[in-house]
Design a protein around this ligand. Sequence first.
Ligand SMILES: NC(=O)NC1=NC(=O)NC1=O
Length: 173
Amino acid sequence: MDIEKVNSMDFGEFVDVFGNVIERCPLIAAAVWSQRPFLDLEDLQKHFFAVIDALPQSGQEGILRCHPDLAGRELQQGTLTAESQREQSGAGLTCLGADERLRLAELNAQYRARFGFPFILAARLSDPAAMQRELARRLLCPPAQELRTALGEVKKIGGLRLADLLCADPAKL
Ligand SMILES: NC(=O)NC1=NC(=O)NC1=O
């Protein structure tokens, strides 16, 4: 899909295609649509990120809370969105040993209890062992810093999803 096609989309088509670039937050795509036309993929991505950055903290935390846990209940129950399912299974989270899964669940629970939102990391750029190390490390960070880190991961996930949708090479963003 090229940027001319994106710029020609009406509101409904745009939200249908880009509504899950930010996990379960179609409102972000709805807001981005009114900023068209976009110069290229990088410009489109910049507009997604600008909407996130302009939100009040409550809205930013709301975005984080829309994310499913890594290797959590939704992965077990098969209720993840198609994008999350692909990302989590691609990162090897569907074939964890019982103790690995339990350890991640414990750390995820501690993280959520401390920060009030789920631990978020771009699974496609990681693996189960690295995730566990990152979770344990970030668990100790100050809340304000962790909010920024988590939003950064949401942007990485969104950038990769956008690159997929426009069949672009994420490294060239
Ligand atoms: N809590 C999460 O980080 N979830 C996820 N990261 C991804 O890359 N896909 C997810 O579902």
